[in-house]
Ligand binder design. Structure first.
Ligand code: CUA
Length: 354
């Protein structure tokens, strides 16, 4: 174990540079932790394999029956041996759990100050939606254009689709869902992999310290063009990211395209939300929407619910699922009445209401 550790660290350090035989480059802050767990388990496995195979061959030769009178001695067993081969693997396995659990906790909880990007999977591309100060824009792959450009070559197809652009050195939180079937968002260089599910939001995050370009794969079989569902993450220096962001915001404004919070604001007025929900803290038939996001809501029956994207989505589509204490179950279900983009818009809009 003492001699193993430097090898472990060396393996992890190499992975940080240009990747190893087993691992792609480690380009996110927690990639090295993932690699450490991998190499920890890997080298224990290698050591066990070598020791066991050597022992097996040695014993097979040493204790081969040499003749009919070569009988097996009566062996009584050894407590020291029994305890040894139970405790040592036990300790090593608790290590696997502990390192794995710590790494998992880090990956499961995005930092509070993370920049948020909405990721929407659909057959067969990824759409990325950004919101800044209530203004939003989206970058999306154009399936047909990409198919025309790339033909049967998935890599070319990939180069054509719009990348997820993020700043270097800043935590990025991905809030993801699917417009159709199950997909999975996978960035090998970041060691990030998370299912993208219709009708539900899943969350992943990463922080890439250095600028660069990294591949995105869909890693859940989703249909005949699953293998084409490539994208990229483009990590830019902060200043370049800001310039890109401003250009995208200006372009979206010029095109008059409404997405995200801006679309939600329009729907709030046009779909009748305002008739029951104020945004200045006043109570009407329904609870006010300002200050709602991130709050713990008291429900009828004594339960509480955390107001996150999934709660807002459910409360728009199936309002009766969770009724806020002190309010009647009076809202129309909007299931089937709003498009996915419209639900997203409303959720984004409510998140901006302080
Ligand atoms: Cu999307 Cu596989």
């Amino acid at each position: 174990m003492i001699t193993l550790l430097p090898t472990l660290w060396a393996g992890a350090a190499r992975a940080a540079d240009e990747g190893t035989f087993w691992m792609p480059p480690a380009a996110s802050t927690f990639a090295k932790d993932v690699d450490f767990v991998f190499y920890y388990i890997y080298f224990i496995d290698v050591a066990c394999f070598v020791v066991m195979m050597a022992a097996m061959i040695y014993f097979a030769i040493k204790y081969k029956q040499r003749g009919p009178n070569d009988t097996t001695p009566n062996i009584k067993g050894s407590h020291a041996l029994e305890i040894g081969w139970s405790v040592l693997p036990g300790v090593l396995m608790v290590g696997m759990f502990w390192f794995g659990f710590q790494g998992w906790m880090d990956m499961a909880v995005p930092p509070a100050d993370a920049m948020e990007v909405r990721v929407i999977g659909q057959k067969w591309n990824w759409t990325y939606q950004y919101s800044f100060g209530g203004k939003s824009f989206e970058v999306a792959g154009d399936d047909q254009a990409c198919m025309d450009a790339g033909g049967e070559n998935p890599e070319k197809y990939n180069d054509c689709s719009a990348p997820l652009v993020v700043p270097a050195g800043q935590a990025v939180k991905l809030v993801m869902n699917s417009r159709d079937v199950l997909h999975s968002f996978y960035v090998p260089d970041f060691r990030v992999k998370k299912d993208v599910v219709p009708g539900r939001y899943t969350v992943a995050w990463f922080e890439a310290p250095e600028p660069g370009v990294h591949k995105v794969f869909c890693t859940e079989y989703c249909g005949d063009k699953h293998g084409y569902m490539y994208s990229r993450v483009q990590v830019l220096p902060q200043a370049e990211f800001d310039a890109w962001k401003d250009a995208q915001l200006a372009k979206a404004e010029a095109e008059g395209a409404l997405t995200g919070a801006a679309l939600g604001e329009k729907l709030y007025a046009s779909k009748g939300c305002a008739g029951c929900h104020k945004i200045n803290g006043e109570r009407l038939v329904g609870p006010p929407l300002n200050g709602l996001f991130g709050r713990e809501e008291q429900l009828e029956g004594g339960a509480t619910a955390m107001v996150d994207e999934a709660y807002l989505r459910e409360s728009i589509l199936v309002p009766a699922a969770k009724i806020v204490a002190g309010y009647p179950p009076a809202m129309t279900p909007y299931q089937g009445l709003l498009s996915e983009a419209e639900v997203e818009g409303l959720v984004e809009y409510i998140k901006t209401l302080k």
